[in-house]
Design a protein around this ligand. Sequence first.
Ligand code: NAP
Length: 283
Amino acid sequence: MGKIIDGKAIAAGLYDKMLQEVDQMEQQYGRRPGLTVIIVGEDPASQVYVRNKEKAAKKIGLVSQVVRLPEETTQDKLLTVIKQLNADPTVDGILVQLPVPKHIDKDAVIAAVSPEKDVDGFFGMKSGFTMKQGYVAPCTPRACIYLIKAIGETIEGRHALVVGRGELVGKPVATLLLNENATVTIAHSRTRNLGEIARTADILIAAVGKPRMIAADMVKPGAVVLDVGVSRDAEGKICGDVDFEAAKDVAGWITPVPGGVGPMTIAMLIRNTLDCYLKHVNG
Ligand code: NAP
């Protein structure tokens, strides 16, 4: 049976390290890193995500702030708020919780955030599908790489399959794997013979959002399987893209859903904030 990758425990280890780092930062530079999250409207899922991010930021002792704006906020008003935060020297990271209401152009909002404060990593990701040096990578893709390294697995030279080519996870995680010298295949909804390709993957990252679409017989024995997908099955139970119960007997390592990539993603938001802070204070 494969080993379960405990995302909560690995994230807890990273939080411990960051807690100490933040204390040292305050001693050295005279202030703690600042993270501001902006949320527009009342979307219940977004409210939960923002609360979790705020909790993580407080736990680490960041100067954390949530700007809550009403649903009817105009795009101009939101852009003005972002501009003010861009100019605020105590704010190192800015995150606009998506989705924004339909009357607001998401791309204009993302583009308005200063690249140096873009803790969601959109800027690096948007710049021609290569991570621009010096800007942080998006949180979930970065979390995937962190998890693989945390369990002591090698990335270089191995065949990594990313299922899904979304802008938030699939594409950027494929880029990060390539940067780590994996041989990368990206599969998507038009891919033929997914099972055949998947069975050759030493590392399999599923980022689709379809309940248990990766069956156990698609997993190479001993492979590292990271399940990014989060959806609900016919019974309403939260599950991932991988048939965890069956695949855990084939994989070498596998993340559960929930409790795998999810907790690590929030820890990476904090890591990204610390990295933006360091860049900020070091000029
Ligand atoms: P997305 O942008 O909609 O991308 C989904 C991708 O899946 C698309 O590239 C699509 O292919 C591909 N796809 C659909 N059906 C497929 C099939 N049958 N075979 C192979 N590929 C298929 O979604 P996303 O934003 O990347 O999110 C993906 C999942 O990750 C969602 O469940 C989301 O909730 C979850 N997520 C989790 C976290 C976390 O922290 N755990 C963070 C972010 C997202 P085409 O491009 O051909 O349409």
